[in-house]
Each structure stands twice: as C-alpha cells, then as structure tokens.
Design a protein around this ligand. Structure first.
Ligand SMILES: [Zn+2]
Length: 358
C-alpha cells in the first residue's frame, strides 16, 4: 500500500511550507481597505461567498488615471467595493484599463460591468478572452451532454453527476461577456505609473494566463499562476479530453524560476509574499507526490478509474463544483503519466476508462 500522509503530517507540511516564505505586508481585511505594496501599487480584497473567501485585486496608479488587475466576482458586493475604491483612491480620475490575468469568473466576472461603469478598455490574452466568450455563449444542452459522457467515462456515478450538474446550473456568478478587448501577448510591455510591466504567459491552470512582471523592482502580479498556501487547480475537462495541462503547468513553473528569486509576489489569493523560487519548488514537490501515489497504486497491479483515483488524491468528500475540479485534477495527473509513457489507459466496451501500469 502507498504511504499516505496522516492529517497531522499534512498540517505540519503546510505549516513548514508557509513558514518558508516571507510576508512583508498586513492583509487588507475590511472592504475598501488598501495596502500600499510598492510605489503606486495598492492591494485590496473582494469577498467571495465560498470556501476560498476572497480574491486579491490590485490598483495601479498611473498619475492621471489608474488601472486595475482582476475584478472579483459578479456580485453587488464587489460592485460596491469598486465604487468605493475608485472614489477613495482616485477621485475624479479615469480608469484607464481593466486587466484580467485569466478568464475565471473571480478574475474576470465583473469585466463587462467595470468597462461600462468606468468607460475603460479590457486587457486580456487572446486565449483567455475567447474562452470566456465561448463559455458564456455556448449551448447549455450540448455542454451538459458532453460533460455527462466525459464524467461517465471517468467512472463518476450518474446520480452524482446529476446532483453536481443541478448545483452548477444554479451558479449565480456567471457573467455576461465583454464585447471587446485589447490583446496581451507574451513579452509585450505596459507602461503604468512610470514602471514597465512585462507580460509573462503561463499555461495549465487556464489556457493563456497573463502575469505582469516589473523587472526593475522585481514585482510579479501573479494571478493564479503561483499562490501561497494552496495549489492552483490544474484540470482536464470535457472540452479538451486529451489535454496534458499538468505538463504545461510544470513548464510554466519553470519559467517563473527565470525571474528574480527575491521577487515580491502579488498573488490573486492569500498574502503577498517573497520566496518565489521556494514556492515553485513546493508546488513541484506537491505534484510529484500526487504522481508517485498514483504510480504506486498502479504498480500494485490493479486497474482503476479516475473516479477511484480521485478518492486517493483528495481523501475527503468533494461536493458539487469541487467534484469537477477534483476529478479534473485527477485526470490531469493520469494524463501526464499516460502521455509520458508511465501508465496506460484502457477503454472497455461500455466506454469506461481504466488506468494501469505499463
Ligand atoms: Zn483561476
């Protein structure tokens, strides 16, 4: 049997990982509070009514106007927060741009509202913008049928899929999509507040995630590309069932190792920190442990479904949307092992996939 870490070992590991990083600033806790993290760069938080209870957003002073990075969820609370922040930090000054690191709805959910409210353009990569647009306008029936087949193939019981799908349909935060955007590309530069920000693209968590890096002062607006305390979700979905996002994710982490080790990291969740390279190594180790666990199971000789493997990787009950993320994440690890020739996938006559050692 593979060696599972006990709950105590897990929490000790988490504490050791947390203590290995430095947190130079206090968290802005109340709505409307801001922390100045570098000249002209303000950190604020938007609340979220879910387990991950906040998203960090950043306001960049451009002298005669300002930019914002990531929007928060499409809720009235977030809208009130933005009105308050604009009035308090930049009274009478125009918002010059809404920059979204990626399309996930805690990052881009208010993009179209902010564009209208403040008459500002949206900055996003091509991959993120069009993914958001496609998801917002896709046919719900086609989407649900495709997901049902995908999850059945992974071994999820139909009744659990139906529960999950019902919960997902009630999701109140799905935004309308913004009508237009200005494209961010790898290496392109934005000059804001006398500082040059370079676009650094990452993959694996989302199709074409943009980080902004200021090389002169080593500051990284990281989005979800590197987070302290939690690992970003890396998942395979029904839209691209043969994808290998974990490979893309690990390569993108390598790219972050080319940035200054002392970089001040401004993540989308959790505290602002220093220790970029240490955090990248921690994340690599995390995925390495997940892969080892699956390989050890496979080496015991029995074939298993992705749904079974999800229970080993997560070791707790996952509900509704967590299930999509958890099963997708398990599939990402299995795809990585299959596509690197360390495991194989067999589909039975009923269409069920199982995984085994090569
Ligand atoms: Zn995200």
């Amino acid at each position: 049997m593979p060696e599972y870490a006990s709950a105590t070992q897990l929490s000790q590991r988490k504490a050791a990982e947390r203590d290995a990083l430095e947190y130079p600033f206090d968290v802005p806790r109340e709505a409307g509070a801001v922390t100045l993290v570098a000249p002209g760069v303000y950190w604020a938080r938007m609340p979220m009514p879910m387990a991950l209870d906040h998203i960090n957003v950043y306001l960049l002073d451009d002298g005669d106007g300002w930019y914002l990075v990531d929007t928060g969820l499409n809720t009235d609370v977030s809208k009130a927060c933005w009105r308050q922040l604009a009035e308090q930090q930049f009274p009478g000054q125009p918002l010059k741009g809404v920059i979204c690191t990626h399309f996930h709805y805690d990052h881009a959910g208010l993009a179209s509202w902010l564009m209208r409210e403040f008459d500002a353009p949206l900055y996003m990569t091509h991959g993120e913008y069009f993914t958001m647009r496609a998801l917002a306008s896709s046919n719900a029936v086609v989407k649900e049928e495709s997901q049902r087949a995908f999850f059945a193939r992974a071994g999820m019981p139909l009744e659990q899929f139906q529960r999950m799908s019902r919960a997902h349909r009630k999701d109140p935060f799905v935004p309308d999509f913004p009508p237009s955007f200005i494209r961010l590309r790898e290496g392109c530069r934005l000059r804001i507040g006398g500082r040059e920000w370079q676009v650094v693209i990452g993959e694996g968590h989302s199709p074409e995630h943009a980080c902004l890096y200021a090389p002169d002062e080593a500051i990284l607006l990281a989005g979800d590309q590197v987070l302290p305390g939690i690992s970003s979700n890396v998942m395979v979905s029904d839209v691209e069932p043969e994808a290998n996002p974990l490979d893309n994710w690990l390569l993108s982490l390598q790219k972050l190792l080319t940035l200054c080790p002392d970089t001040l990291v401004l993540p989308a969740h959790g505290p602002v920190f220093r220790g970029l390279h240490i955090r990248v190594r921690q994340l690599e180790a995390h995925h390495g442990r997940q892969l080892d666990l699956l390989l050890e199971r496979a080496e015991q000789g029995e074939a298993f479904t992705a749904y079974q493997a999800m229970g080993w990787l997560f070791q707790r009950e996952l509900k509704s949307f967590e299930l999509i993320l958890g099963l997708g994440e398990t599939l990402a690890h299995l795809s990585y092992l299959c596509q690197s020739g360390r495991m194989s996938r067999v589909t039975d006559t009923g269409g069920l996939d199982s995984y085994q050692a090569c």
